[in-house]
Design a binder for this molecule. Structure first.
Ligand SMILES: Cc1cc2nc3c(=O)[nH]c(=O)nc-3n(C[C@H](O)[C@H](O)[C@H](O)COP(=O)(O)OP(=O)(O)OC[C@H]3O[C@@H](n4cnc5c(N)ncnc54)[C@H](O)[C@@H]3O)c2cc1C
Length: 486
């Protein structure tokens, strides 16, 4: 079994060199996931000079570990959105998701991209809460969606109550995006990997972005880093929390051509993926607030409750959930800094849309979704009620890691020690070599836990991740925790 996402296995993507000189561009895009690459794609059609920098490798962040559904049936989001933003905005969000699917399909068709795109039925079901299903069905009917009802999935499982549409898709997200990267290169977008932006300062109407060794001067900066807190006080931690899920892929005999997700927690989500005659079922379970369940071995074990299947790939992923359920896409204050984040686990549609909205703002084009996703929209009472939960969950994890190292979670390959007066974590690899890191997250000083399945040091408070040698692989921390004897 491989502890990696099925999308990363065998994917062919271009490699790019590290930035080693100072440069001057119209638009700098920071981050090479679906948001950054989609923004680069749309911006590359104009006359602006565009540069994209990625601190690690392109398309190896959250985007590489998605389930790859392109759907507008997103649990029971529309009835929830009515409570937060009213019926009109709930309908506008529905339109945005359908437009995002059209946008991606259009790009795939016009560029003849081979990315296993399949039209499938998309089901939403619930094991118990029939009322919430009924409310959502009523609303979607009112919005004119052609919904059908069913109490059985195409694969034969009986479900309490469900509804489905038949105009949604699944695809191979990395085949799609790596082709967009190729197109960007053809259109002269300048791309660098292993190039981390560490600060952004405004000077005479330009932004001076500092990387490890160089400066990039830009008129516009697109922050597409998934978790954009490190650069400025946008107060994201008070407006969002993280949700983590566990995923496995195993071979099955038949492609039932559907995707499904349930409404009440824990979320179960599934789809099929067919490649070269092999059919895989991809199954996501055990989603939870990132701060609360940190024993990774136990979390992964939940996946393997059934011994009927032979799991070939397993991985985890986490996404930013906003308190008012809408993404943050657009311009920050009156600046020329733009962000795209907070996709609530629907970033294949929202990240694609973010690329279009961001490019429309920069190119001074109209876009009907700019106000809906405005990062500075007013937070309503409902969002404020979620704020104490976000605050409590981070504080809870912070205190928990200071009180206990939970040594019983780990094998004898993981140790915690003091070296030169500093707390360190040590992982011993298969060859017996010790990998030592500082056991303190640079972001807000939480102690780290070790994820022995995926071999990463994880911050249980805000989700930063580091590899076994301390290199930062996911934010909010933008800094490494590499240990040095000096
Ligand atoms: C379990 C799970 C399943 C999901 N399934 C689906 C699905 O089926 N359908 C759907 O629509 N959505 C799904 N999503 C959501 C979707 O995967 C994400 O919302 C989306 O991939 C986020 O993309 P991104 O571009 O914001 O982030 P990323 O892909 O993480 O890209 C950000 C990039 O920025 C880089 N970076 C960070 N800091 C810096 C810096 N300082 N300098 C340079 N580069 C930097 C990072 O290294 C990274 O590569 C799922 C999410 C989860 C958690």
């Amino acid at each position: 079994m491989k502890n990696t996402s099925i999308w990363l296995d065998g994917i062919k993507k271009q490699k790019f060199r590290k930035l080693e000189k100072d440069i001057d561009v119209d638009v700098l895009i920071v981050g090479g996931g679906i948001t950054g690459v989609s923004s680069a794609y749309h911006l590359s059609t104009g006359d602006l000079s565009v540069c994209l920098v990625e601190k690690n490798k392109l398309l190896e962040g959250v985007t590489s570990r998605t389930t790859g559904k392109l759907t507008y049936l997103q649990e029971n989001i529309y009835s929830k959105l009515v409570n937060y933003h009213g019926k009109e905005n709930s309908k506008l969000y529905l339109d945005s998701q359908r437009d995002a699917i059209k946008l991606v399909r259009g790009i795939i068709d016009s560029n003849k991209i081979d990315c296993n795109l399949e039209k499938v039925k998309s089901y939403v079901f619930d094991f118990k809460d029939i009322e919430s299903v009924e409310e959502e069905i009523h609303l979607l009917n009112e919005f004119g969606v052609d919904l059908k009802l069913s109490d059985v999935l195409p694969s034969g499982e009986n479900i309490n109550s469900s509804y489905f549409v038949d105009d949604t898709y699944v695809f191979h997200p990395l085949k799609y995006l790596s082709k967009l990267v190729d197109i960007c290169v053809e259109r002269k977008v300048d791309i660098y990997e292993d190039t981390k932006v560490v600060s952004i300062d405004e000077e005479d109407g330009y932004y001076i972005c500092r990387t490890d060794n160089n400066l990039i001067k830009a008129k516009y900066v697109v922050i597409a880093v998934h978790y954009p807190y490190f650069l400025f006080p946008f107060l994201m931690p008070f407006k969002s929390y993280l949700e983590k899920s566990y995923i496995e892929a195993f071979k099955v005999k038949k492609n039932y051509n559907f995707s499904a997700i349930n409404i009440s927690k824990p979320i179960v989500s599934t789809r099929f993926y067919e490649n070269n005659g092999d059919v895989y079922q991809i199954l996501l379970t055990n989603s939870h607030n990132y701060c609360f369940k940190n024993n990774e071995e136990k979390n992964f074990e939940e996946l393997f409750k059934s011994d009927e299947r032979d799991t070939l790939y397993t991985w985890s992923n986490k996404d930013i959930m906003t308190n008012d359920l809408l993404p943050y896409i657009g311009r920050l204050n009156d600046s020329n800094i733009l962000i795209g984040t907070g996709y609530n686990t629907w970033g294949m549609t929202n990240g694609s849309l973010a690329g279009k909205i961001i490019s429309d703002i920069i190119l001074d084009r109209k876009n009907r979704y700019i106000e809906l996703f405005n990062p500075h929209r007013k937070l309503n009472l409902g969002s404020f009620l979620n704020f104490p939960v976000a605050l409590f969950s981070s504080a809870y994890s912070f205190i928990k890691t200071k009180v206990s190292k939970n040594k019983e979670w780990y094998s004898n390959r993981v140790r915690f020690e003091k070296r030169n007066g500093k707390n360190v974590g040590i992982y011993v690899d298969d060859e017996g070599e010790e990998h030592i890191v500082y056991n303190l997250c640079p972001h807000m000083k939480c102690s780290l836990i070790f994820n022995e399945i995926e071999k990463t040091w994880d911050c249980p408070c805000h989700g930063s991740r580091f590899n076994i040698d301390g290199k930062s692989i996911e934010g909010p921390s933008n800094y490494d925790i590499t240990y040095s004897e000096e």
